[in-house]
Design a protein around this ligand. Sequence first.
Ligand SMILES: N[C@@H](CCC(=O)N[C@@H](CS)C(=O)NCC(=O)O)C(=O)O
Length: 224
Amino acid sequence: MVTLHQWEISPFCQKVARMLKFKGIEFETINYNGVLGAKVPMLSKVGKVPVLDINGQRIQDSTRIARYLDETYPDLLRLYPLDPIQKAYAELWEDWADELLYFYEIHFRVSDAEALDHAVAISAQGRPKHEVILMKPLLKSALSFQLKMQGTGRMAKADIEAEFIRHLERIELMLSATGWLVGEQKTIADIAVTSQLLEIVRTSKVWGAKINSYSNISAWIKQI
Ligand SMILES: N[C@@H](CCC(=O)N[C@@H](CS)C(=O)NCC(=O)O)C(=O)O
């Protein structure tokens, strides 16, 4: 059995779940909601989720998992294109989504009270009520700290949001050629980028509507 150790609210965990579905690999999930989050550091040396148990191995990091899946199941649909140039583009999009777009997603989560409440409710699903109350300040301070350390959290809100719109415009333009970010079919690039955007759609009404106002992006997201 393939097991995905995850936080339901994590875009990286959603990315792995989408990769497994894309490949048609059945899996079960173990959620570390509420105070169970304290067990996450024990799953791997890095201490982050996603962590995947597969074929007697434990793999941490969504990108390492993606590579493993392509290498181990060459007969299933590929996440990374075979063409080396297209593969490099897909890897760049993936890294951009994981290492940059992620911080916009965090910004929209901590700067909008409604989005934060929604994220907290998902992170504490199935746990006693007092954990929901406990989770809110914990999640907000952890995410704000992460955002400040990375730098985005020290920028003016208006500047962060103007920059995010520029990114959306670039994505919209890139999709106008084939409907996909790289080549003519779905790749890891589409899965990685939409996994970040879909977390914004899921928790923020205003920014979710903004993302869906771009026609290519909206049609593309529906296919993921
Ligand atoms: N590069 C990692 C990032 C994973 C990541 O940042 N996971 C977050 C949840 S969204 C986490 O586990 N954070 C716990 C921590 O940093 O202590 C991947 O692609 O899997």
